[in-house]
Design a protein around this ligand. Structure first.
Ligand SMILES: N[C@@H](CCC(=O)N[C@@H](CS)C(=O)NCC(=O)O)C(=O)O
Length: 240
């Protein structure tokens, strides 16, 4: 019923967590981004931003043609609407869940991504860039810790907002952060990490990609870094 175009990265994990939590039937279609599979025309047709994850729902509510969704936050909202789970109906908690979901999409994800790039992947270590993103991620951990001092999960009950944030806290060491400095984040992190569905989601990742953990080869670096409009066109033509 659901095809998940997926690779074993934080944005991919968000969706397998949701699917495992709800028990929806789904098929994983691996998109190995280190090999450039995100540039295949079949993938670009549903995910024009050449980024995983993307979802195709072959049985959308109300019937009709399949619906394709890209952007992990949009996919989480789509699935929450479809199932009626993990996004409250009531105005106040719903607004909370949506604003923390957007906080992840617009802040934690992009800043942690740049932090990882300049600290771990860039061959030239530029102190200004390393400090800039590491500090910004540190600030965001502080924001999250304050929020979690007042509630068990970011929007009260466990929701799609927590599912979006959690995978971006998993690599806290690579992000240069210490969970001990953020006791409320640590408590929340351990609670979510212990959920059977979350454990299953990460086990699934190991089945799909037994060698996770970063970019290794020069070829992978060439595919992933320094993309421009022209290189995207070229890669798409090569990938077919
Ligand atoms: N805002 C997007 C970001 C997706 C994203 O950055 N995906 C990465 C993996 S985590 C990707 O597909 N990278 C492939 C590339 O850089 O070509 C979302 O949340 O879905």
């Amino acid at each position: 019923m659901l095809d998940l175009h997926y690779w074993t990265t934080p944005n991919g994990h968000k969706i397998t967590i949701f699917l495992e939590e709800t028990g929806l039937a789904y098929k994983i279609i691996p998109v190995d981004i280190g090999k450039g599979e995100q540039f295949k025309s079949s993938f670009l047709a549903i995910a024009p931003n050449n980024r995983i994850p993307a979802l195709v729902d072959h049985r959308p509510a109300g019937g009709g043609e399949p619906i394709a969704v890209f952007e992990s936050g949009a996919i989480l909202m789509y699935l929450a609407e479809k199932t009626g789970q993990f996004l409250p109906r009531d105005l106040r908690p719903r607004t909370d869940a949506i604003q923390w979901l957007f906080w992840q999409m617009g802040n934690l994800g992009p800043m942690a991504g740049q932090n990882n790039h300049f600290s771990n992947y860039a061959l030239e270590k530029i102190p200004y860039a390393v400090d800039r993103y590491r500090n910004e991620v540190n600030r965001l951990y502080g924001v999250l810790d304050k929020r979690l001092a007042d509630c068990a999960f970011v929007a009260g009950d466990y929701s799609i907002a927590d599912m979006a944030i959690y995978p971006w806290i998993v690599p806290y060491e690579r992000q240069g952060q210490k969970l001990e400095d953020f006791p409320h984040v640590k408590r929340w992190f351990e609670a979510i990490g212990g959920r059977p569905a979350v454990v299953r989601a990460y086990e699934k990742a190991k089945e799909i990609n037994p060698r996770p953990g970063g970019i290794r080869t020069a070829e992978e670096r060439a595919i992933l870094f320094g993309q421009t409009a022209a290189s995207v066109e070229r890669a798409a033509a090569r990938a077919g």
